[in-house]
Write a protein that binds this ligand. Structure first.
Ligand code: GCU
Length: 673
């Protein structure tokens, strides 16, 4: 026995509080389906499945409600009393003993059905229920970095979910469960292949396989997207060039996109990594990112699809500051992109570090829809071994103020389109993407607690105003336990986990001390296949101090932010300590606001960070009676590994930095382990 984690937050175990169960059952005596569309059908079936588990009985799906009351009515297309803000929004209203879930679209009803189930899963009352919610972002998607050979780039939860060899004939039942989990969060798109793309996905053979996946996802309101290999006209099409201004190349893409839409009529669009980390792109032909993106947009013109162009670019130049690269390359192109293009920007300027300042691109391209790219897979956050709840990281970025149009110009308002008013002319193009942490492991994410990161991403893509704590509590209630004390303890543990990780891994703005696979600490690394891919490039430790000077005396990357933001960070005396070494090269002996010298403060954080994993273990031990034993044991074991590795990272950094600082480890920490 034991909970294997496969059901994620869609567990639907029988509600053991009989009074509560009966109250829910009285409100859910039938599910009335007014309409026959496939997504609406999914809504009814999901409700039926959920209620079967929660209430222990099969609630009938009926097609006409007549004069019956005491049930749930699903209504798509009908104008609600207060229509939701957009097509995918829903309203749940209790009226004369009937719960009506309505939306302008079938997908909205499906999201409303999951919201109603969530009410019951978190044991909320249904009496007088009145819920209305609309997604704040239009494209809410997962990006899978999955390869043709079944491996996943930066995947730590097994192999790919997609079984290319079996497709299109055999449909693994798991594809449907994947779609259900996403739909329950409002995720409406999935890019199924790696941004380091193989052109093979664009062959007729693979498009049939992709179409088979699209057919499974369609009834859950999820559209399929593909990452494209920019040089496909050459490699697949046997053309002499992939120059985006070449008429034959443009024709090749037009024909290819037409072929895709013939096979997948609701295809979502293309995701492109170009001129980035060795991938081909328009710059190979002296063209710009806009030239490349607009060529693909032209091919997409007849269809309801988009081109998502990534801004993750930097040159292999150890003298340049990688921090500056995306802003330098993309801001001059603002206003040049076709309206079908969204530029997808990673949350920070470098690469998904445990803590980064927000990317200076946010707020700097008012004429270009910018999408957010977060990373759910824990490439720099301890893979599937370390417990790191990422919602605080996401929120920190979304809530950051760009000051692009004065105070309150948060990154979230760039992303949801409200700041630059993307929605006023033409269709809204707003996007939030999460690099998926799913894989073929039975529990989907390897670390059972990493399911919360998938969950939190989806909830925030729908509504970025939700708090990290509210999402954690919701997830715990649906996934782990209803015990209030245990819930508070676990929520607290989750909320602190990211800061603890930062402390033992890369405190105060240190970054990227890893070897190639991004796990083993190697801050001394000075050689690599690319001159800028060394640890010493990032932390700049020397006999004077440590940290990257990005003020006017250094790379001046700070100048890419608005003056108000610069002001927060450009003075080492007042720069908040979590960002200090991102922007300043600070002497070892410098006294900080904590009263400690830089050296002592670094030691303090490394040591208390690693010690805090012991605290995490204690907290986890304390909630044992409230949790499934197998799940509890799984996480407890991972915490043991996490503690060992936290010490490893701490020691690697401290002993290495000590060779420059030439100071003793402060007394309280000098004890042997
Ligand atoms: C990181 C990651 C790569 C990935 C790249 C990207 O550098 O390590 O594996 O391809 O980001 O986002 O394109």
């Amino acid at each position: 026995g034991g909970d294997d984690g496969y059901r994620l937050w869609l567990k639907y175990d029988l509600i053991d509080d009989v009074a509560k169960r009966q109250a829910y059952a009285r409100a859910a005596q039938f599910i009335a389906l007014t309409g026959s569309g496939p997504v609406l059908r999914s809504a009814a079936e999901e409700l039926q499945t959920g209620l079967r588990g929660l209430l222990g009985k099969t609630v009938p799906i009926i097609s006409s409600v007549g004069s019956r009351t005491g049930g749930i009515v699903l209504r798509a297309g009908a104008p609600a009393a207060t229509p939701p803000a957009n097509r995918e929004g829903y309203q749940i209203a209790a009226d004369r003993n009937t719960l009506t879930i309505s939306s302008p679209s079938e997908a909205g009803v499906l999201y409303g059905a999951f919201a109603l189930l969530r009410q019951m899963q978190t044991r909320q009352p249904l009496d007088g229920l009145s819920l209305a919610s609309s997604p704040k972002v239009q494209y809410r998607m997962l990006n899978h970095w999955d390869n043709v050979d079944g491996t996943i780039e930066r995947g730590y939860a097994g192999g790919s979910l997609w079984k290319w060899y079996e497709l299109p004939e055999r449909i693994d039942p798991r594809y449907r469960d994947y779609a259900r989990a996403n739909a329950s969060l409002g995720i409406n798109g999935t890019v199924i292949n790696n941004v380091n793309a193989s052109a093979r996905f664009m062959t007729a053979e693979y498009l049939q396989k992709v179409a088979a996946l699209a057919a499974v996802f369609r009834p859950y309101g999820i559209r399929v997207y593909l990452s494209v290999y920019f040089a496909a006209p050459k490699t697949l099409g046997k053309l002499k060039t992939s120059d985006p201004l070449d008429p034959e190349v443009r024709k090749w893409w037009n024909d290819k996109v037409k072929e895709i839409y013939q096979i997948i009529p609701d295809f979502g669009g293309l995701l492109v990594k170009a001129n980035s980390e060795g991938e081909p792109g328009p710059q190979d032909y002296g063209r710009t990112h806009a030239d490349g993106a607009n060529m693909l947009a032209e091919a997409m013109k007849p269809y309801d699809g988009v081109v998502i162009w990534r801004a993750f670019v930097y040159k292999a130049d150890p003298k340049a500051d990688r921090f500056r690269a995306a802003h330098e390359e993309f801001t001059p192109l603002d206003g040049q992109f076709d309206p079908k293009v969204i530029v997808q920007v990673k949350n920070g300027p470098i690469d998904f570090q445990p803590r980064e300042p927000f990317s200076p691109l946010f707020g700097s391209m008012p004429k270009t829809p910018l999408g957010m790219e977060f990373q759910l897979t824990q490439e720099y956050l301890g893979f599937a071994t370390h417990l790191v709840y990422e919602a605080p990281l996401f929120k920190e970025c979304l809530d950051a103020d760009t000051y692009a149009s004065g105070k309150g110009s948060t990154v979230a308002r760039v992303i949801d389109g409200s700041l630059h008013g993307y929605r006023t002319d033409g269709p809204s193009r707003t996007l939030m993407a999460g690099v998926a942490n799913t894989g073929s492991n039975l529990n989907w994410t390897g670390h059972p607690m990493a399911q919360a990161n998938w969950y939190a991403f989806g909830r925030l893509a729908w509504d970025h105003t939700l708090s990290a704590e509210a999402i954690a509590r919701e997830w715990i209630g649906m996934t782990l336990t209803h015990n209030p004390q245990a819930t508070s303890r676990i929520a607290n543990l989750m909320l602190r986990s990211r800061d603890i990780y930062v402390d033992y891994n890369t405190p105060m703005g240190l970054s990227r001390p890893w070897t190639g696979v991004h796990f083993a600490p190697e801050p001394w690394q000075a050689r690599s296949p690319r001159p800028d891919w060394t640890a010493v490039y990032y932390h700049r430790a020397d006999s004077v101090g440590v940290g990257f000077d990005r003020t006017a005396t250094g790379s001046n990357a700070l100048a890419q932010y608005r003056p108000e933001v610069q002001q927060q960070w450009n003075d080492p005396e007042t720069c908040p300590l979590p960002y200090l070494l991102w922007f300043h090269h600070v002497p070892w002996t410098k006294k900080l606001s904590t009263g400690r010298t830089l050296w002592d403060e670094l030691c303090n954080r490394f040591y208390t960070g690693a010690d805090s994993v012991r605290w995490m273990q204690q907290e986890w031990a304390a909630v044992k009676p409230a949790l499934d034993p197998a799940l509890h044991a799984d996480v407890a074991a991972r915490l043991v590994t996490q503690h060992r590795e936290a010490i490893w990272w701490r020691d690697a950094w401290v002993l290495y930095l000590q060779t420059f600082a030439k100071q003793p480890i402060p007394a309280p920490f000098k004890k042997p382990e």
